[in-house]
Structures are given as C-alpha cells and as structure tokens.
Design a protein around this ligand. Structure first.
Ligand code: GDP
Ligand code: MG
Length: 296
C-alpha cells in the first residue's frame, strides 16, 4: 500500500485554472509630450497583438494624446492569455505653470483602487473582480544628460507612493554611451537622495535568487530605451529600428539600447511580481487608509 495521496497534482489544477482565466496586466505611461511614449508601447507589444483598438500601423499619423485613455489588447502565447490594458496620459509638465499637473494621473490610479475596493465590499461580489488597478507606471525621462527637472522629482515621488514606478530614459539614441552611463548614475543618485522608492522591492518572502534578480534590475534602472514603429533592413534581416544620416539603430540590439532588457523585465521576469506587489503593497495601503477613514 502506498502512502501517496496525489495532492501534488494541485499545481496542474492551479495552472489549468489560471490559464483559463488569463492574466490582466495594466500599464500607465507618464512623461512630457514627444518623448516617445506611444511609440515605445507600440514597439514593446505591437508584434504580439492580435486584437487591438489602438494605433498600430506605422503609416497612421501620430496623434497627440489629449486625455487619459486606456486601450486594451489581448495577447496569446502558447495558450497563455494576457489581457493588456495600456493607459496613455497627456504629456504632463508641458505648461508654463505646472502646479498640480500630476493630479489627474494620481487620481486615475487611485480611482482604479477605489473601484476595486467598492466591488470587494459589495455583499454579492463577483467571483472574479475585474482588475483595472495599475500594475506598472513607465516614467519617461527627457534624455538631457543633465539632471531631472524639479517637477519630475515631485511627480516621481507622488507616483511611487501609489504605484510601481519604473523610470526609463526616453529616446536614448541622442546620448553617447558614456553620457548615457553618467546620466543613469546621476538619476539613480537623485532618486535615492529625494527618497523616491522605485520598484522592485525586496520583501521578506524573497529568496536568494529573487534578491539577486532585483539587484540586477536596480543596477539597470533607468532603462535607456529607443522606440520605433518602423522596420529597417540590417544585413538582409528586417528589424525594428530607426534610420538616421549615420546609420541604423536596431531597437532590439543590446549593444544599441536597453529596449530588450525593459521588455524582458516587463513581460518575462517581473510580470507576476508587478501584479502581486500592486495588490499586496499599493492596494493594501490604499485599502487600509480607506477602511480606517470609514471607522471615524
Ligand atoms: P509621445 O507624445 O510621448 O507619445 O511621443 P510619440 O510616441 O508620439 O513620439 C514623438 C516623436 O518622437 C515621433 O516622431 C517619434 O517617431 C519620435 N520618437 C519616438 N521614440 C523615439 C526614439 O526612441 N528616438 C528618437 N530619436 N525618436 C523617437
Ligand atoms: Mg502619445
């Protein structure tokens, strides 16, 4: 007689359930107008999108984003369904007086938490609550090579209190490799000095391997990226890239920029952790504040 009960099949049961349901991943992009936000999003996800309500064709004109708008896509890879919500924001900090220009963005993020909480508190709550909470905020930094603007620091700080913030250097093709490295160090120092807590966090549960991966990610942040919705031909191969007077930048070449690292981080190594951290840290903090306020 064997003492084997068979509950180890639970991992398959869980996997089957999860696959059937699919994953919801919500990203918001923030930064000045013209820094390539819309372009980068299309560069990351465009080749994978099957049904989409956004701008994807390269020959469509670039529209300027005037209000906060969410676009949903579904991506399927090897039977895994990823429901992707991309929230594009109008350039903030474009005005002469930028006082409070971050308010609509912060409000949008909090509104999603609040909607989730309301559904959670309903007596007849749905089995699965539709999750529109923002799991990741890509913050676009102007590639000046100098330092962050005071307004960037204010906004980064406010954002990092409510969402996982991942800063990236936009249009990094305008920096030399040396400038890029110096700029990255400078930004990391400024973030630390100003107490901006940027993702990833090491939790108590993190094991050796996770801590190591996070360390590597921290040493790369801010990712210096280049986006392009066009393809160019390099050595007879079609790649996503930008052609200028001097040559071609292959967006997916790690020697040219850190686009591939950002994409791996978002879609391969940290997708689940971004979702979990949002629920366990940011949403939890929001939830306990709201519930405490109700008591008084
Ligand atoms: P958004 O206002 O932040 O959404 O910016 P867009 O995505 O609309 O891009 C503004 C302009 O910058 C477009 O002409 C893009 O082709 C260009 N652009 C986008 N990404 C890059 C990049 O990485 N490098 C360079 N040099 N230009 C870029
Ligand atoms: Mg845009």
């Amino acid at each position: 007689p064997s003492s084997y009960v068979g509950f180890d099949s639970i991992t398959q049961q869980i996997e089957h359930k999860l696959l059937k349901r699919g994953f919801q991943f919500n990203v918001i992009v923030v930064g000045q107008t013209g820094l390539g936000k819309s372009t980068l999003i299309n560069t990351i996800f465009a080749s994978h999108l099957i049904d989409t309500k956004g701008r994807l064709a390269a020959d469509e004109p670039v529209r300027q984003t005037t209000d906060i708008q969410a676009v949903s896509h579904t991506i399927v890879e090897n039977g895994v369904r990823l429901k992707l919500n991309i929230v594009d924001t109008p350039g903030y900090g474009d005005q002469i007086n930028n006082e409070g220009c971050w308010d609509p963005i912060i409000r949008y993020i909090k509104d999603q938490h609040s909607a989730y909480l309301r559904k959670e508190l309903t007596a007849m709550r749905d089995r699965y609550i539709q999750d529109s909470r923002i799991h990741c905020c890509l913050f676009f930094i102007n590639p000046t090579g100098h330092s962050l603007r005071p307004i960037d620091i204010i906004v980064l700080k406010k954002l990092s209190e409510v969402v996982n913030v991942v800063p990236i250097i936009a249009k990094s093709d305008s920096l030399t490799l040396e400038e890029r490295e110096n700029f990255k160090q400078k930004i990391r120092a400024e973030l630390a000095y100003n107490g901006v807590i940027s993702y990833p966090f090491d939790t108590d549960e993190a094991d050796e391997e996770e801590i190591q991966v996070n360390e590597i990610v921290r040493s790369m942040i801010p990712f210096a990226v280049v986006g392009s919705e066009r393809t160019v031909i390099v050595n007879g191969k079609t790649v996503r890239g930008r052609k200028n007077r001097w040559g071609v930048i292959n967006v997916e070449d790690e020697a040219h920029c850190e686009f591939v690292h950002l994409r791996n981080f978002l879609t391969r190594t940290h997708l689940q952790d971004l979702i979990e951290t949002t629920a366990q840290i940011h949403y939890e903090a929001f939830r306990s504040r709201q519930l405490l306020a109700l008591k008084d």
